[in-house]
Design a protein around this ligand. Structure first.
Ligand SMILES: C[S@@+](CC[C@H](N)C(=O)[O-])C[C@H]1O[C@@H](n2cnc3c(N)ncnc32)[C@H](O)[C@@H]1O
Length: 255
């Protein structure tokens, strides 16, 4: 992996793990997906972009409500997996596309809804990705940003980013809700309501999805064993290493 760009590291990390993300219960289900479905509602004419689609769980849920969905991801393997799964589910209105969020190959104002879930914390140029989301959204469209978020306090933030990076070198940065709101505003959106969620990560499954080296797994467990009570209690560290994180859904409209 030495000498690879960040995008190459993302493709490498996710490339071999597409089936794991397709089958992952924490990705396939969630209160945030239910809320997304409520927000979007039935829009039979709508064109939707799922930016950083991973295993395609946003695309599958929305395809039942809207005209069509483009499931777009940097990883060729993810895109191929979503295309095959959409066909298996009989969702003929999902098209898959490959490329970076920072440069999407769609015309200005193409989509009625742009959604992204648990992907933006991997983008090497977050502002560029948000700018692309804004560019391809129709003037009366809706953006829905869903991601893992940092609790904000420096103590908790440093611990969280450290655990994430040890597990996955494609991790860039978990932002706070306030950082998201500021970035979305700077990209030309008017941020709307925010919903927050707690998500429990089963340690064995969390590690297995990314398969870090054993030394990194040992380092994560060692860090957890040395955490202060405020960190251990906030993330609800469990004996087997499982822990609980924050996620959010932020809806926004073009400003
Ligand atoms: C955790 S998975 C996404 C999960 C998925 N959206 C879901 O709801 O289950 C993160 C995905 O973001 C993609 N990704 C990371 N950086 C990207 C970028 N710069 N452009 C496009 N996709 C990116 C990865 O390839 C990976 O498939």
């Amino acid at each position: 992996m030495e000498g690879e760009s960040h995008h190459a590291i993302v493709r490498h990390q996710f490339g071999g793990r597409a089936q794991a993300y397709l089958g992952s219960p924490v990705h396939a289900r969630g209160e945030d997906l239910d809320e997304l479905v409520r927000l979007v509602g039935a829009r039979p004419q709508a064109h939707v972009l799922d930016l950083g689609c991973g295993g395609g769980h946003v695309a599958y849920r929305l395809a039942e409500l809207v005209g069509n969905v483009v499931a777009y991801d940097l990883s060729e393997a993810m895109v191929a997996t979503v295309a095959a799964e959409a066909a298996r589910r009989g969702l003929g209105n999902i098209a898959a596309g490959q490329g970076p969020a920072e440069r999407v190959p769609f015309a200005d104002g193409t989509f009625d809804v742009v959604a992204t879930r648990h992907s933006a914390h991997h983008w090497h140029d977050f502002a560029a990705g948000l700018g692309q989301a804004r560019r391809v959204l129709k003037p009366d469209g809706m953006a829905v940003f869903m991601d893992v978020v940092s609790p904000g306090r420096p103590l908790l933030d440093t611990w969280f980013q450290a655990l994430e990076l040890l597990r996955d070198p494609s991790h860039v940065y978990n932002r706070t809700v306030a950082e998201w709101q500021a970035a979305v505003t700077a990209a030309g959106f008017r941020p709307g309501p925010v919903s927050r969620f707690k998500v429990r990560l089963d340690f064995a499954a969390w590690v297995e999805r990314m398969r870090p080296p054993e030394t990194h797994v040992a380092a994560i467990r060692s860090l957890q064993a040395r955490a202060g009570t405020d960190v251990a209690e906030y993330f609800r560290f469990e004996a087997d290493g499982s822990f609980t994180i924050d996620t959010m859904l932020l809806a926004a409209q073009p400003a």
